[in-house]
Design a protein around this ligand. Structure first.
Ligand SMILES: [Zn+2]
Length: 310
């Protein structure tokens, strides 16, 4: 896919969000959060543990797309309509929620949301504060890939939003970010803090980088292990908890290498279902925690707690 196409997709997202993302989130956030997370300081924070680690899903915003050519990344709009029919909502909903992990004497943030771009609500700063963390306390930022809804929160007012944090991403992804003209103003701001790694690298005592190929040149998931507990952050290997899970074979124009992305989706879903692996979807309904289960010839997403957005 060309850079121009990706830019067009981003612009399409930008236009869409302004039009339609606010109402669903406002409609359901407060009561659901109260029911599922009584210790949360905010409806936009979902605290949980991974062994000895303290984690929290941090809401940044919502992306809502019409299932039509030029807006949806899935070319098969009829197929998507069929998948969405049982949800009772014909629109495509993608939440955005970076993941906070505290432990090992580190404060880790996985991805940083859109920074208010792409029409999202830029909730991350308030969500982080509600979780009890100041930006200067973040020690490590792990980037899954270099798209605006993951890098966007790194910079605010042309300065580092997390001034003391190392910014870690795969070597291949950093090369792609530097080559992307759309990120020309961001690159020099973050460059002094970037530390690259190779696939499979141990990032912290509890977190390992996992290559999940196809979405971008160096797209990376993160596997977090503490004691007997395990969580896989799978980034944009899967975008929608409905479409990507039930039709992993659908071509998605946001994927850089469609064949590789489809193979990654099938492998991820298969491993997840076989191992009952706890997973985290940065774009799945907030808070994005759950497992995959085999159903008929395919897979379904089983959220760990009731979602607070469609
Ligand atoms: Zn994304």
């Amino acid at each position: 896919m060309t850079t121009q196409f990706k830019l067009a997709a981003a612009l399409i997202l930008s236009g869409m969000i302004v039009a339609g993302c606010q109402r669903p989130a406002e409609k359901t956030e407060a009561p659901a959060a109260a029911a599922t997370s009584p210790t949360a300081a905010s409806a936009d924070v979902h605290p949980f543990t991974i062994g000895a680690l303290h984690a929290a899903a941090l809401k940044d915003g919502d992306i809502v797309l019409e299932n039509v050519a030029g807006q949806s990344p899935w070319a098969d709009t009829a197929g998507v309509a069929e998948v969405l029919r049982k949800t009772g909502d014909p629109k495509i909903h993608l939440s955005v929620q970076p993941l906070l992990i505290r432990g090992d004497n580190k404060v880790v943030l996985i991805d940083t949301g859109a920074g208010g771009a792409m029409g999202t609500a830029n909730k991350l700063p308030a969500s982080l504060a509600a979780a009890g963390v100041q930006p200067a306390q973040v020690t490590d930022i792990l980037i899954s890939h270099g798209h605006g809804d993951h890098l966007g929160g790194l910079v605010q007012n042309e300065a580092l939003a997390f001034p003391n944090a190392a910014i870690r991403m795969s070597t291949a992804e950093w090369a792609a970010v530097q080559a992307n003209g759309e990120l020309a103003t961001l690159v020099p701001v973050i460059a002094p803090k970037v530390q690259t790694f190779e696939p499979g690298a141990q990032i912290t005592p509890s977190i390992t980088a996992v290559a999940l190929q196809g979405h971008t040149p160096g797209h990376t998931g993160y596997e977090i292990v503490s004691g007997q507990d395990r969580l896989l952050y799978f980034g944009d290997a899967l975008h929608s908890s409905v479409i990507s899970v039930e039709r992993p074979d659908f071509v998605n124009a946001w994927d850089n290498d469609s064949d590789a992305a489809i193979a990654t989706r099938f492998a991820l879903l298969g491993r997840g279902a076989t191992q009952s692996l706890r997973t985290y979807g940065v774009h799945f309904p907030f808070p994005g925690l759950g497992t995959f289960r085999r159903q008929a010839d395919g897979f379904v997403w089983v959220p760990e707690v009731a979602a607070t957005a469609p």
